[in-house]
Every structure is written in C-alpha cells, then in structure tokens.
Design a protein around this ligand. Structure first.
Ligand code: TEU
Ligand code: CA
Length: 560
C-alpha cells in the first residue's frame, strides 16, 4: 500500500452536473434557467449529492451554448439575473450543497468587449489579448482544423489578419502568454470567489499554452486539415500558468478545482493534479470516452460503434493505479459533451436498461476518485434517435454534417445520422425528464431541443416513487461513499483480468476490503469472488444471487 491521501472535502464529495439550458424552465420560454434550478434543489438534496457543477451561466450569444462568453460578470439573459444567481447560491448553501462554476478562459466570445476592441486595429491595447497572425501565401497561417470543423483561423477584413479559434469562429482563443490576460482572468476568478462560490471546472484548461511558431499539424483522417492537438494541448507554459493561478487565486480559498484536460496523459495528469496541491485538485481525461480503434471510426470522432469493456477497463485501471499516491482523479461516464452512458457503455433496450444503468453506476462509483453524475444519468436517461439534420442543435453536429456530408460528400447522410445517434453531444442535451406530462415537465412552452419521446416511461416522478429505480440506486451509492472511507480512500487493485465480461476490483484501506464485480454482458458469467465470502453485501442490483456466476448485468459489492 502506498502513502495515505491527505483528506479533503472535495475528495469525499459526489458532484452533480447541471446543463442549465436543459434542466428546468421556470417561465415557459422553452429554455431552462436559474429559477428552474432553485426550484429543484430539494430533488438534488434527496439524491444526496454534495456539489453542483453548473455549465456556463454567463452572458453569451450562445454559439456554443454558453461556452462562448461575452461577459464573465453577468448572467445569460436566457437564464435570469444576478439576483436569481445569488438566490440559487443561497438556497443551495442552505441545503449544504456547494456550487462549482464552469470557467471558460481558453477563449471568449467574439462579442466580448476585449475582442471587439482587439479586432479594431493592430495597435489596439487589446490586440495581444488574442492570437493574430498574418496570412501565409494569402491563406490561413497554418493547416489546423478547428475542433468543430473548418479551419481554426478566421480572416478579419479590418486589419487583413487572421485570428485563432480552436473551437468555432465565434470563440477566439485568448493569448495566455500576455500577462494582462492572466491578470484579467485571475481578477474575475477572485470576484466569483468573493461571491462565495465553491470551485471551478476549467474548460479545456490544458489548451491555454500554444507551442510557439504554431507549426502545421499532422493531416487528419479526412485529409482536409491538420490536427492542432499536438501544439495546443499540454503546451510549454501550461503548468507555469496554472501554478500562477494557484498562487494568486486558488490557494486563497477552499475550492474544488477540476481541469477539463483535452489530450491529457497519465503523466501530465500527475502534474496538473499533483498531491502537493500546486495546480488543480483533479482533471478529467478522455481516454475511456474515446477508446475505439481508428478503423471503428467513420471520420474524426464520428462512429456507430460502442467501446468494449476490456478496453475501457484497461484505461480506467491504468488511471486508478497510476495516480495512486501521486494525484487525485475524477470519475465520470457522462457529461454534456458525451452520449448517454447507458446507451454507450450499457444496454438501453427496455429489457436491460435499469439493470445495466445500475451496473455501470456501481462499476464507477466504487472506484477511487471524485464521482460526477450528469443530469438524467441518475434516471438512466438514454440517447436520442436523429431522423434528420434538422434535429441537431449542437454546432459540432451542424458543422460536421455540413463539412463531411454536404461539402465534401465523404459520408452519406444516413451514416452520419446513425453516428449522431451514437455519439452526438445533443444526446446529453435533451430536456431533463421530470414527469410523464407535456414536454416531460421540463417546460410549459416549446422546448429549445426536442424531448426524448421515452419520457413517458423514464422520468423522475416515476423513479422517485419506485424503490427499485435507478434513482434510488444512485442515492444508495452516494450514501455508501459518505459512510465508508474505504470507498473514498481505499487503494485500488484489479481482479479477474482474464475475463472480458466481468469488471472486478478490490479497494483496501486499514484492514477494510471492498470487493466489486460487474457483469457488462446480457449473459450469465462465471465469477466466484463472492462464494463463501465473510462480511456484508453493500449493494447489488439483484435481490437474489447464484453461486459461481454473475447474472446478466449483475453488479455486487461486498465489504469484509
Ligand atoms: O469541451 C472540449 C472538448 O474536449 C470537447 O470538445 C469534447 O472533446 C468534444 O465535445 C467531444 O465531442 C469543452 C466543453 O465541455 C464543450 O462543451 C465546449 O464546446 C468546448 O470546450 C469549447 O468551450
Ligand atoms: Ca426559461
């Protein structure tokens, strides 16, 4: 066993992510809002979570649903007012629930006052807040593709130069090498901390330092553009800038901090989330959400395939053992950028949905790290079915469809729609299913994105009333974590690595041994871990077990 972890509240907490646009609409305009969140805090209290991570609620023209911020110190008009925010914060705190803000500072909106100034002239005081380059041979300065299709550069008539945007052209990248940018960001963070918020989830924070010279990237599978990730992820100054942020802001407050770290490796994560606490509390990595072979992809991230358990396990186990004693980790299946967990990793056929959602929850929540639940995951909400590109709201899907289907005819429309069914971000963004009434109880108006038609059978009202629901199972998993230090701090040891069907492991702390085993298939699978075991069962998705096997999608956890 390695050295013990220093205890912290955010290591013992369970986080619930809210995507405000799709959570609850209080005024019938079809868009979720802050008052809608406040009205449902008792639901979250009942679930038992400790912290809410709020996807961005700042002023934004919504090119990327709030990940394009035009004013960091104001609330998005669609979502309400600063008074609504203050009320939500107060009401959450009065229930013992903390609030973590999304911090989107790799880029701003092109409508942010800094960028409005920056594009005016080459000698504007705000010019160097962003990344401007001269054309190269009359074209883009390099071959990078933006994360959301098309070139990562936009030509600006006013000065005849290009600006860099790793995401949409309405999301220009900030120039973190400019100390004034860092001052502005740190001041803004301090302002929110003084308001009493409890932490930050930092959007693509691994991308804030770009490799000087901005060299061309290796050609992507489409052959259309180069890959920017080698030159923008984990760049030369990223750790230096985060250490500065830590010294100047984070260390002055008691915060949960989690970096969304596109392109992060285990070795890099040990630096970002180091146990000495000089940078961030933890990071999100993407290895398990993107563990298909290149030949399983249609193009770029688009695929109709589902990952195999043994590949997911190899990745998660590597992170479990690799971080031990060195850095803290995060645990998640789902977020607003991913398809629904039960549809991707489990089985959303009505016959297996509940069992497999509970199995997946068990598999993740008994691991080491801080668990994140994405809204609706606790109900076992499923992916959508896309019948036409008109169903899409997400700029990533809309642009990909235009580029690969319409402009370059590299993918046929039907295949692209099946890829959307499988991995589109909109799967996570359909409205929260509160009840079986009109629009799933999300809005009295017309929802900004269609409701998943299965809301009549999958909804919070029904699950709250059913003690065997996915909701009550999550509730129990959260309570177990709060009651058993071995679930928080126990050292992880893999088990049954010769099985491609059963994901099993042990957690060990001060003589307590927890054993978890999860059957990822719809068939009985051999497993003798529990035969004759001494101790007590902590949780299972089956009331009766069978010696020597795990039943289809069975999950079992034993403490001895
Ligand atoms: O996401 C960054 C990121 O890595 C995602 O683009 C993810 O890999 C992709 O969506 C999977 O298809 C963050 C936010 O979470 C996302 O919502 C924003 O669109 C993006 O940054 C830009 O701010
Ligand atoms: Ca509203």
């Amino acid at each position: 066993m390695t050295e013990k972890d220093r205890h912290a509240w955010w290591k013992e907490a369970v986080i619930y992510q809210i995507y405000p646009r799709s959570f609850a609409d209080s005024n019938g305009d079809g868009i979720g809002d802050l008052k809608g969140i406040t009205a449902h805090l008792d639901y979250l209290k009942e679930l038992g979570i400790d912290v809410i991570w709020l996807s961005p609620v700042y002023q934004s023209p919504n090119d990327d649903n709030g990940y394009d911020i035009s004013d960091y110190r104001d609330i998005m008009t669609d979502f309400g007012t600063m008074a609504d925010f203050d009320e939500m914060l107060r009401e959450a705190h009065s229930r013992g629930i903390r609030i973590v803000m999304d911090l989107v500072v790799n880029h701003t909106s092109d409508e942010h006052a800094w960028f409005v100034e920056s594009r005016k002239s080459a000698d504007n005081p705000y010019r160097d807040y962003y990344i401007w380059r001269e054309p190269k041979d009359g074209k883009e300065p390099n071959n990078w593709e933006s994360w959301f299709s098309g070139p990562a550069w936009e030509f600006d008539e006013a000065t005849g130069m290009y600006y860099l945007h790793c995401f949409t052209k309405k999301q220009p990248d900030l120039n973190w090498d400019n100390p004034k940018v860092r001052d502005e960001v740190f001041d803004m963070m301090t302002w929110w901390c003084e308001k009493g918020i409890d932490g930050f989830r930092m959007d693509v924070i691994s991308m804030i330092s770009k490799v000087p010279g901005l060299p061309d990237g290796p050609l992507k599978d489409s052959g259309l553009y180069g890959d920017l990730t080698p030159y923008v992820c984990n760049g030369p100054h990223v750790h230096e800038y985060l250490q500065e942020m830590n010294r100047r802001v984070l260390s002055k407050y008691d915060l949960l901090t989690v970096g969304e770290a596109a392109g992060v490796t285990l070795e890099e994560a040990k630096k970002y989330a180091n146990n000495e606490g000089t940078e961030l509390g933890m990071v999100f990595h993407f290895e398990h959400t993107d563990c298909l072979e290149p030949e399983e992809k249609v193009i770029g991230k688009w695929t109709c395939r589902h990952p195999q358990m043994k590949n997911v396990r190899a990745i998660l186990n590597k992170w479990q053992t690799g971080l031990e004693g060195k850095a803290w980790g995060s645990l998640y299946w789902d977020n607003h950028d991913q398809p629904r967990a039960v549809s991707r990793f489990g089985n959303d056929d009505p016959k297996w949905r509940t069992l497999s959602a509970k199995m997946l929850a068990t598999c993740l929540h008994m691991m080491k790290g801080t668990p994140y639940i994405y809204q609706g995951e606790e109900l076992g909400m499923t992916n959508m079915h896309f019948t036409s590109p008109e169903d899409c709201r997400d700029v990533e899907e809309i642009n990909a469809y235009r580029q690969f289907v319409e402009e370059h005819r590299m993918v046929d429309a039907e295949t692209m729609l099946r890829c959307f069914d499988t991995v589109a971000r909109d799967n996570a963004r359909t409205p929260m299913q509160w009840d079986d009434g009109a629009n799933a109880g999300f809005t009295a108006g017309t929802p900004w994105i269609p409701v998943n038609p299965n809301y009549t059978s999958i909804n919070a009202k029904e699950e709250l009333a059913d003690p065997d629901s996915v909701f009550h199972y999550y509730r129990k998993l959260i309570r177990l974590r709060h009651e058993n230090p071995v679930i928080v701090y126990g050292v992880f040891e893999p088990l049954m690595m010769d099985s491609d069907a059963v994901y099993a492991y042990r957690r060990v702390l001060d003589g307590a041994v927890l054993t978890a085993a999860c059957n990822w298939t719809d068939k009985e699978q051999p497993c003798s871990l529990f035969d004759g075991a001494q101790g007590k069962e902590l949780i299972s998705n089956y009331a009766e077990h069978k010696d020597g096997v795990l039943l289809p999608y069975e999950a079992r956890v034993f403490l001895s």
